[in-house]
Design a protein around this ligand. Sequence first.
Ligand SMILES: NC(=O)C1=CN([C@@H]2O[C@H](COP(=O)(O)OP(=O)(O)OC[C@H]3O[C@@H](n4cnc5c(N)ncnc54)[C@H](OP(=O)(O)O)[C@@H]3O)[C@@H](O)[C@H]2O)C=CC1
Ligand SMILES: O=C(O)CCC(=O)C(=O)O
Ligand SMILES: [Mg+2]
Length: 736
Amino acid sequence: MSKIIYTKTDEAPALATRSLLPIVQAFVKSSGINIETKDISLAARILAVFPEFLSDDQKVSDDLAVLGELAKKPEANIIKLPNISASIPQLKDAIKELQTKSFNIPDYPNEANTDAEKDVKSRYDKIKGSAVNPVLREGNSDRRAPKAVKNYAKKNPHSMGEWSKDSKTHVATMSSGDFAHNEKSVTLSEATSVKIIHTDTNGNATTLKDAFSILKGEIIDGTVMSKKALLAFLDQQVDDARAQGILFSLHMKGTMMKVSDPIIFGHAVKIFFKDVFAKHGETIEKIGVNVNSGLGNLLERIQELPDAKRKEIEADIEATYKKGPSVAMVNSDKGITNLHVPSDVIIDASMPAMIRTSGQMWNAKGQLQDTKAVIPDSSYAGIYAATIDFCKENGAFDPTTMGTVPNVGLMAQKAEEYGSHDKTFEIPSNGSVKVIDSNGNTLIEHHVEEGDIWRMCQTKDAPIQDWVKLAVTRARASETPAVFWLDKNRAHDAELIKKVNAYLKDHDTTGLDLRILSPIEATKFTCERLVKGLDTISVSGNVLRDYLTDLFPILEVGTSAKMLSIVPLMNGGGLFETGAGGSAPKHVQQLLEENHLRWDSLGEFLAIAVSLEHFSEVNNNAKAKILGETLDDATEKLLENRKGPSRKCGELDNRGSHFYLALYWAQELANQNEDEALKAEFTPIAKALAENEEKIVNELNSVQGNPTDIGGYYEPNETLINQVMRPSNTFNAILN
Ligand SMILES: NC(=O)C1=CN([C@@H]2O[C@H](COP(=O)(O)OP(=O)(O)OC[C@H]3O[C@@H](n4cnc5c(N)ncnc54)[C@H](OP(=O)(O)O)[C@@H]3O)[C@@H](O)[C@H]2O)C=CC1
Ligand SMILES: O=C(O)CCC(=O)C(=O)O
Ligand SMILES: [Mg+2]
């Protein structure tokens, strides 16, 4: 029998699941709809790959692999909540927590020398970073703000910091030597296989990656980030931030770009603290500091040193801060800077948050200050620069009047940069890197130097065809202009543009406004329309999909959590992602400190509704359709009545908002006349929920205000977490 899969993930969304899922299961049970969970949390993914270290009752199945297979089948119907894309510090924390819970898994080897260590490290490296989404995304992305969400934001605008023409905030990006400028791109006219070979200046060749197959029509790119150019750029930016008296802030995607970006992050830490590294380099090396894991790793490792040496290093770090520039802070109370942990500042969320806050970030004193946003590679930095320039010129966007920017994103089958990590290499020595096909022809070649970061990306043809079709379908369905964000002067985009022009001919595009603009031009065009209240679809590649589906939603509706996020799978199934945001670690902290969860499950509500609709179509189940439609109506009512979670302790939180969803959903089901059985079932439930509203809300809100314990962070205790997330006996009894 076909079923809906609901994913168990991490942090705030996983907490919310413990409250929301029992409600949804209770509502759909009588309609022959089975909702099953699959555990793709970081903890479960770790346990799944180390069975031989676990006792039989500790072993877990590899649910991610199961879902990866399912995503390729027509019966797939998966609701995917955001999960942790773990940086090394997060991975190590999770390992430590599991070990204290008597899971006898191995440590993460900082350096792997023996075969056994290499094996352990390679298993962990597959779990690291963005390891879930790319496996499930067997389709392209269709993300937008539903009308009800947009209308709610217009009537209840979120705060927007003002912009001044004299703001010193700006984006700093490289003008040569980076990935954007060194890119070479080829479209394969026939299927082949390629290997990646490094040859040093003495002619010694090393295989970086053994032959792997490339499909006919596939686009492949190779490019390189010059270490020399990067270091010079970073050094210059530190000096310039100091001279201008603004914050230094680095914005990377260390999670999805899990090989390249931590290396770049490490270089930034070293350059920023160059006096410290110059003086103590040897000691730092000896105690095994991994600077790619951030300043946090250095501060942790020096605790092992004798007191005097440690204090000396700490004093030199202090001196660097004093000399300036000031660094943007993640948490000024705790002294955590942007350079502490690579996963604390993730560009898709961090840049829009800054733009929403007048282009300012927090300094060490806890005050907002103008900022230099350092985005080394220039491939996509220009969109933020253009948005910032637009705000300087025109002032902040106005959520009560601005239009909307839905996105159609090319992401299927690990498209573009986000699939490049297994083909990204930190170059060991000067020489060349070549991509060579099965006939021995060199397709791409770069001269490289020691420490450069070389990478290759792939984009398959079938996903491109599907993406063009999705763009035309969406432009037609919403009668909205659609812009392909592609730069004819960039090697990869030039190849893609040829395909877009060819595949657009497969569709009826009469009357549609479709254009191709460079990302910077597209930003200007879109922003100019936005302030006039006009909508524009962005049709973009994978990285811009990620950036744009946070940037515009955060400006328009305050958070990307409110987005409808559909992935029509290429083989006919449906993957319904919830929102476009992440796992919000700050929200867990608040729950632990004061038992208030401000996570908004709106994205989940929207995803469940479309999943039910998809289920009804595939299984010819009319009840599922009614459940989906009534759920959407309930969500709209919830927005109208402002029953979303508040940020403040003591007020309605995530759990309370779920109660209202249940109340309104039951009422909608009781009020519909299409299905008598559902009406009869939900009439008394709606009545009971309404009669007990005050009592239930009181039971849900009165638990707030005290610290709470869920018995773990990555692997919480099931009993405790369920108790915390379902504290109303009255509500639970009605659901049962
Ligand atoms: N699809 C996925 O699986 C994704 C996973 N991630 C992962 O999430 C983690 C955190 O990433 P980060 O970049 O900080 O992004 P987040 O989206 O988690 O956080 C940014 C901020 O957005 C707000 N926010 C996000 N979602 C919600 C929600 N549902 N309800 C209310 N507010 C929300 C919160 O603001 P405030 O605190 O002000 O309330 C939050 O602090 C990382 O591990 C990252 O890899 C990130 C993006 C997508
Ligand atoms: O997979 C991840 O790490 C995050 C994904 C993401 O940010 C997105 O797809 O919007
Ligand atoms: Mg994102």
